[in-house]
Design a protein around this ligand. Structure first.
Ligand code: TYD
Length: 135
């Protein structure tokens, strides 16, 4: 199965504009415990560069665009996020990188747990070892 799994949120709207509603365990596949967003990213910056042992996340680019690289240790795929009605699943044990943020890009991330630095893998070599050990 491919690594790029997107969710297409229903856009509610009328002549005034658009609205997307994301509900825990409804249009995302897990319960939500944390929301964070990335903004004012400087030109040329690469973010992410880590995997999570347990955490599951969905990323939504609310404004502008950025390019994601997802890597499960066997294959590497990339996708551009540029629609506020689309979510990208960042599953547990998937290395993720974010590149090419446009000026003014706002990236929303929905997560199924609180912040816990101890479940991050921030070294790519350690990530590959963890993937091997889990096989
Ligand atoms: P970092 O993981 O480096 O961001 P990214 O992966 O997007 O490049 O996070 C930046 C800092 O913010 C780092 O010190 C950890 C902290 N942080 C929190 O305290 N809570 C959070 O929910 C997140 C995502 C990060």
């Amino acid at each position: 199965m491919g690594l790029i799994q997107k969710f297409f949120f229903k856009t509610l709207g009328d002549h005034r504009g658009s609205l997307v509603s994301i509900e825990s365990e409804q249009n995302v596949p897990f319960g939500l415990r944390r929301v964070f967003y990335i903004f004012a990213t400087q030109e040329g910056v690469v973010r992410g560069l880590h995997a999570h042992r347990r955490l599951r996340q969905v990323a939504v680019c609310l404004s502008g665009s950025c390019r994601f690289i997802l890597d499960d240790g066997k294959k590497r795929e990339e996708v551009v996020l540029d629609k506020p009605s689309e979510g990208l699943l960042i599953d547990r044990m998937v290395w993720n990188e974010m590149h090419d943020f446009t000026p003014g890009c706002v990236l929303l991330v929905l997560a199924d747990d609180h912040y816990d630095e101890s479940e991050y893998i921030r070294d790519y070599g350690c990530f590959l070892k963890a993937v091997e050990n889990a096989a």
